[in-house]
Design a protein around this ligand. Structure first.
Ligand code: NDP
Length: 390
């Protein structure tokens, strides 16, 4: 039986947040003391999660959300708070385990705050490693916090390498479904809509990450994440299209052996692993039936149709703040596509041009420096949105 643990969920109203609540409830919510839950626009969902989990405090990032949040929590015994500072304060409260599932760069400051407490950080947010890898990892090392990757590929790689610490890794193979447009030509992709880009063939995820799967920017961000999490150089990180999303990633060792992690395409597997680690406990997820699956397919990715993969390699080769620039420009491009200002293929062009224009920026050694680079990338990105939209 596991000890009763104090946990917080940053981004409880999102797709990962909901899956985390589902895993907690399947294990028995009364086994956990929930410290803080956070959200942004979805005040009702936040209040509902806070009530169900009997959280100490619920925080919305949006200051306008405080009054409705208070009203929704009236009589529940859950405290309400709002704004970015309140978010960081909630993330700083002592907890044993913190789920970092805020989307985008907004997750940086709260996740860093959680890392500084020495808590185990279950990391779904990609930006902490992509935009701020060295800064984030040095905070983790300084506080003695433990980092458990939740992104399914990195969680798979974590599981595969955990028992093989002494063995030199030859290659990491990140699998990718290829998204809804894996068989579309560039000409066909030029006119796709947001609704088409959101419709992921295998995974049920938030809208932003679903579109990132369609452009393969999701995999680009994951390549950078992997370069920080595992002892490899960028050339050892490969991407392989695997349309069924059953193999979540693979590790090749120096003796030619390859270990693969398989499971249903359900984020509750990775979330449950991070919550129960180092133990494993029963999860209410589908069990694979190989006879029914019958086959698993693979093919090389096409970097002409999916230039995000090439941009990730360029960012890793440049090092320094180049991945932060890529990330900031990518967030602007994604917003502009969702807002109907630019087309699907413009996203990669916008990121590429921002990276070119901001090539050679100084290194950043703290969060303020990272946020300044992020702001530069967003400023250039916005200029380009206006040009592309004209
Ligand atoms: P969602 O868009 O579903 O949820 C995002 C969460 O962040 C919500 O709780 C949202 O609140 C909150 N949020 C949004 N903007 C802000 C802000 N400015 N300040 C504070 N909180 C904010 O995203 P996902 O759950 O899909 O993804 C979360 C993270 O996990 C992302 O970084 C994603 O790349 C990563 N990830 C997701 C996977 C998935 O399967 N979904 C898989 C692997 C990684 P509200 O809804 O109330 O506005």
């Amino acid at each position: 039986m596991m000890d009763r643990r104090r946990i917080s969920i940053l981004g409880v109203t999102g797709s990962i947040g909901a899956s985390t609540v589902s895993v907690i409830e399947s294990l028995g919510a009364d086994q956990f003391d929930v410290v803080a839950v956070t959200g942004n626009a979805n005040v009702e969902g936040l209040a509902d999660a806070a009530r169900r989990l009997r959280a100490q405090v619920a925080v919305t990032a949006d200051p306008q959300g405080l009054a409705p949040l208070r009203a929704a929590l009236a009589g529940s015994g859950v405290d309400a708070a709002a704004g970015e500072n309140a978010l960081v304060e909630a993330a700083s409260r002592p907890a044993d385990w913190v789920m970092s599932a805020i989307v985008g760069a907004a997750g940086l400051a709260p996740t860093l705050a959680a890392a500084r407490t020495g808590a185990t950080v279950a990391l779904a947010n990609k930006e902490c490693l992509v935009a701020a890898g060295p800064v984030f990892l040095s905070e983790i090392a300084r506080s003695g916090a433990r980092l458990l990757p939740v992104d399914s590929e990195h969680n798979a790689l974590f599981q595969l390498t955990a028992a093989e610490r002494e063995c030199p890794i030859e290659r990491l193979i990140l699998t990718a479904s290829g998204g809804p447009f894996r068989d579309r030509s560039l000409a066909e992709m030029a006119g796709v809509t947001v609704a088409q880009a959101v419709a992921h063939p295998n995974w049920s995820m938030g809208a932003r990450i679903s579109i990132d799967s369609a452009t393969m920017f999701n995999k680009a961000l994951e390549m950078v994440e992997a370069s920080h999490l595992f002892p490899v150089v960028p050339d050892q990180i490969e991407v392989l299209i695997h349309p069924q999303s059953i193999i979540h990633s693979m590790v090749g060792f120096c003796d030619g052996s390859i270990l693969a992690h398989l499971g249903p395409p359900d984020m509750r597997v990775a979330i449950g692993h991070a919550l129960n680690w180092p133990a494993r406990r029963d999860l209410p997820v589908e069990r694979l039936d190989f006879a029914r699956l019958a086959r698993l397919d693979f093919r090389a990715p096409d970097t002409d149709r999916f230039p995000a993969l090439r941009l990730a390699r360029e960012a890793m080769a440049s090092g320094g703040v180049a991945p932060c620039v890529m990330n900031g420009a990518h967030e602007v491009a994604l917003d502009a596509f969702i807002g109907g200002e630019i087309g699907f293929l413009d996203m990669a062009n916008l990121v590429a041009e921002t990276m070119e224009r901001l090539d050679g920026l100084d290194e950043a050694s703290d969060l303020e420096g990272i946020l300044a680079v992020d702001a530069d990338a967003r400023r250039v990105g916005q200029e380009l949105v206006r040009r592309f939209a004209a």
